[in-house]
Ligand binder design. Sequence first.
Ligand code: PLP
Length: 425
Amino acid sequence: MTDPEPKDDTTADDRRGAFSAWVPGEAGVLPRGVAQQARARLDRMRTSGRPAADPSVGAGTRQDAPAELPAATLAAATRVVGAGLAPPEQGRPFLEGPTFAAPFHAAGELSDAPYYYGRMGNPGFEAYERALGALDGGHAVVFASGMAAAAAVLLRLLGPGDLLVAPTDGYPGVVHIAKEHLAMRGVGVRLVPTDDQAIRRAAKGASLVWIESPANPGLQRLELEETIAACRRAGARVAVDNTLATPLRQRPLELGADLVVSSDSKHLTGHSDLVLGHVSTGDEEIADQLRQWRTLVGSIPGPFEVWLAHRSLATLDVRLQRQEEVAAAVHAALRDREDVSDVRYPGFSSVVGFDLGSPRRARAFLAALDVVVEATSFGGIHSSAERRDRFGDGQVTPGYVRLSAGIESPDDVVADVLRALDLSS
Ligand code: PLP
């Protein structure tokens, strides 16, 4: 037996009435009652500053926002998704769009205006800094690039009579600043390889020890906690370049470091579409000094870059996991090859290093790649590789290739690398 046809008892007048009960609202067309209730709820929220109870819900039912879970109980994968976002507000986006402003409206005294000029501050910077600070465990200051962040620490915190210990085999920009700008200001510079014992010995009498672990491009890894502790016992501040690890794999402030420096142009943002950097520190006074330095020299990022970075940060955990899967597969495949030597992988993150014996073979290998693109930098979603010694820093052998694993299929990347190795041998 089939159900009887539902009978339409409404009259034409009823139907006209039902139609006229739909009214234009801010989000399109809403039934009249719903629009009115939503607007009343929004007004109550605006005056009370928090989500209001819905009077249409039975007595005793609470619609208040639940108490926030303590961040420490949440996995990094969860924290990175919501890091730095403002509390939910009815009708607002999850991540506010970029604020493009040189001057802001700012009448009266400057203290009456939260923002008055773009070089001093911008709401987008603050949201991104909240996110980075929460992940690093400190106060974050965003800069126009990783080098602007490094320069702020080196030039603002060191002066005549100070001594810097810096790695000979880390990102070379730090050594360039030390040799070309710190030395002439009376700052002593002691250069050491990325090696625990060498750093601990050099820390005696130092004002600041600059550490990179894992180091770029050689991928050396330190016993970070012990080495930081030894440097601090020697009376030095410690800054750790955490670019390769990201706060999801290593949090130097928790390991005792005074400062964390990062090129956010790499994994942290991961889409190879922007240049950015930051410093985090547990010391609010140092954070203020760095922020004032940024204002003075104008090493501020653009609002759109910061917004792109904040948007990209949410996917850091999934990107990193896939990149590590690809990197581990490439590492395993390379270790089995007799025509590849000195295969390196720090055990996390995206970068694999290996030696192809000569610049000629390295160039032939790079030219034969198809899925993996030839490019500098690392940490992006596209697998890439380069002969690192083409920069002429002398930090690695002439046939050393640095490969950055992307988020493609591990099988496709491994097949591409093996094919290119065969073609270039
Ligand atoms: N630190 C490391 C480890 C780097 O690899 C880089 C750049 O490659 C930097 C700092 C400098 O960062 P940026 O290029 O964002 O200025």
